[in-house]
Design a protein around this ligand. Sequence first.
Ligand code: FES
Length: 112
Amino acid sequence: MNPPPDIRPLPLCHLDDLSDPGSKGFVVQGRQLFAVRQGPQVFVYENRCPHRGIPLEWVADQFLDSSGKLIQCASHGALFLPESGECVAGPCSGTSLTAIPSHIEAGQVWLS
Ligand code: FES
């Protein structure tokens, strides 16, 4: 019988590591992820644009548009809502980023 999978939460970063608004890329267990902070909330997604399946950023840790309110893919400009990952403009409109469950506890962002 196989042991149960490790489902303990993983620490991602400290909330203070993210500017507000801000974003940061991570590699966790070989997966490229990024986190976006909007005030007291943090959203984590797989760093993979649904348009071409490539990473969203050209400059390290820059996943937001100039307003700081939308996630932007650097390749063809798709825009995504930080809170849901839904693409609201661009070539993959109507699709979504892949959300990674996360939570904040004691000032630390955890992958749930
Ligand atoms: S690869 Fe992201 S919009 Fe084309």
